[in-house]
Design a protein around this ligand. Structure first.
Ligand SMILES: [Zn+2]
Length: 514
């Protein structure tokens, strides 16, 4: 890996600032950008080590505004189910693993990222009875791609001590079927929680994967600060991180400034609050019930009063809030709570709403008035919001096609940030979703989508003074792409777009040719 400091990038096209075809030189001064000058005006001094972009598009390093880097890394260390395409195959993988790896009763087999909407045989959730067929003797716990639903087998249920009547433990004909969501997951947590060493290794793997995708900053939306403290000490962080911590951590720390390890590499500024679950798990809280489960409108996790009180307390401590709200009912609750905080709070910080997939026009108006940032995931659109996809099954096409209204958000001047939530990770893939929205009026231009994954994401993470644009004074975090296809063909040709180089603080941390 070439990590020799570069002093300038020459022959760069800058599609975000210059729509012409001119070439530019970006001059670095140590880890920052010193100047951006037309190529013709650049006189190369003898001593300077320059890197030639050869006319490729050069962008600010991508910023993933909503990620779970440790989960991404852990998948490489545990069972990765993201490529499984049938229920049969899922069970086969479990059976193979159980027979290959010696197991004990206390040692759960843990898998990540199954997605029944991609199953080609039966598009349904696996149950404990399915798992019992292939793993009757040892505990198994497999997490759905959205992280809001797990399926466990009977052995695991016996060990977990989950109350029979827990509202987030699902039943079939009066019996627990092994599917557990949100609040019930804490009964499973002690058995699936990775060790500190595993998490540190996972974070290191994640930052390597990020560089390969041109991502130079990730916001960790449920950050375990102990892992970051260790990683910073051992020098393992190759990218930047913005930490969004659980409520308990925030209350313990009191103010965000009470935790700082290496301000430029890693900061804790946000606190995460969940108001609902996910559409895939039928737990996103909706005004109207699900089309494929008419008895189920999803569930709010907190009572209105609890949400308001917590949000006010954290706001007054100086924490920016990142509020997970997917269904329209959860977004209603979030807006109401923010109105309360705005009225009652000592001050009102820059807060963000996460996902907001079932966003209504009135919500957008309120977001504008309350200066809330929209943190959204265009990859969900390509993955689940196309005709015949999971969202249509869950909500019917009328509701499904109106979800994720990116263009309306921008039109209302609500700041828009893109992230992947790791489903899957990668800005180039995600951007396709913004261009291919099923509702043509809600499509973004390639330019707008790139801005949401750079400048917009920097604003959402409150690091826009440091990164997110290629401008003098900013940290030299830069990605060089092979090319950017014409907007009309981008969706077809995105796979041909390669990351050529990724620079962090002016150092080439990833080079395609190496
Ligand atoms: Zn998330």
């Amino acid at each position: 890996m070439g990590s020799e400091k570069v002093e300038a990038i020459v022959n760069a096209k800058l599609p975000l600032t210059d729509e012409g075809q001119r070439l530019w030189t970006i001059v670095f001064n140590s880890e920052r950008i010193a100047a951006v000058i037309p190529q013709n005006d650049f006189v190369r001094p003898e001593s300077k080590s320059v890197w030639d972009a050869k006319g490729c598009p050069v962008l600010p390093g991508f910023i993933d505004a909503h990620m779970h880097p440790i989960s991404m890394g852990l998948k490489k260390l545990r069972l990765d189910l993201s490529q499984v395409r049938s229920l049969h195959q899922l069970l086969q993988v479990v059976q193979d693993t159980v027979s290959r790896v010696p197991r004990s009763l206390s040692h759960f087999l843990i898998g990540y990222d199954w997605d029944e909407s991609l199953f080609e045989d039966e598009q349904r959730y696996p149950t404990r009875w399915d798992l019992d067929k292939v793993a009757p003797d040892f505990p198994v716990a497999l997490r759905r791609i959205d992280g809001h639903l797990w399926v466990v087998n009977t052995k695991a249920l016996q060990i977990m001590n989950l109350p029979e009547d827990h509202p987030f433990a699902f039943k079939t004909q009066g019996q627990l079927n092994g599917l557990i969501a949100d609040e019930a997951i804490r009964f499973l947590q002690p058995f699936v929680e990775p060790t500190l060493d595993e998490k540190c290794e996972a974070l290191r793997i994640a930052s390597q994967i990020a560089l390969e995708h041109g991502v130079t900053t990730m916001a960790d939306l449920f950050a375990d600060l102990e892992v970051y403290e260790n990683a910073v000490k051992s020098g393992d962080l190759m990218t930047r991180f913005v930490c969004c911590v659980p409520t308990a951590t925030a209350q313990q720390l009191k103010a965000p400034l009470n935790w700082s390890i290496d301000k430029e590499r890693c900061e804790a500024k946000f606190v995460k609050l969940f108001l609902d679950g996910s559409i895939g798990a039928h737990t996103a809280a909706m005004r109207e019930p699900y089309a494929d489960m008419p008895s189920e409108p999803g569930r709010l996790i907190l009572r209105d009063r609890t949400a308001e009180g917590l949000m006010l307390e954290l706001n007054d401590m100086g924490w920016s809030l990142a509020i997970h709200a997917i269904g329209d009912l959860a977004i209603d609750q979030a807006i109401e709570a923010f109105r309360f905080v705005r009225m009652e709070g000592k001050r009102f910080l820059r807060h963000r709403l996460e996902h907001i997939e079932v966003l209504r026009p009135e919500h957008i108006g309120w977001m504008r008035r309350l200066c809330l940032v929209a943190s959204m995931q265009p990859n969900f659109v390509i993955r689940w919001q196309q005709k015949g996809g999971l969202y249509e099954v869950r909500l019917g096409w009328e509701r499904a096609k109106q979800m994720n209204p990116f263009a309306s958000v921008l039109k209302a001047n609500v700041p828009l940030a893109f992230g992947s939530d790791g489903m899957p990770f990668g800005p180039i893939y995600g951007i396709v979703g913004a261009l291919m929205h099923p509702e043509p009026n809600e499509r973004l231009s390639l330019h707008q989508a790139l801005l949401a994954y750079t400048q917009g994401a920097a604003f959402a993470c409150r690091i826009e003074n440091q990164v997110g644009t290629i401008a003098p004074g900013k940290l030299a975090d830069i990605v060089v792409l092979s090319h950017l296809p014409d907007e009309q063909v981008f969706a077809d040709e995105w796979q041909s777009v390669q990351v050529v180089a990724t620079f962090v603080s002016g150092e080439p941390k990833f080079l395609q040719d190496e």
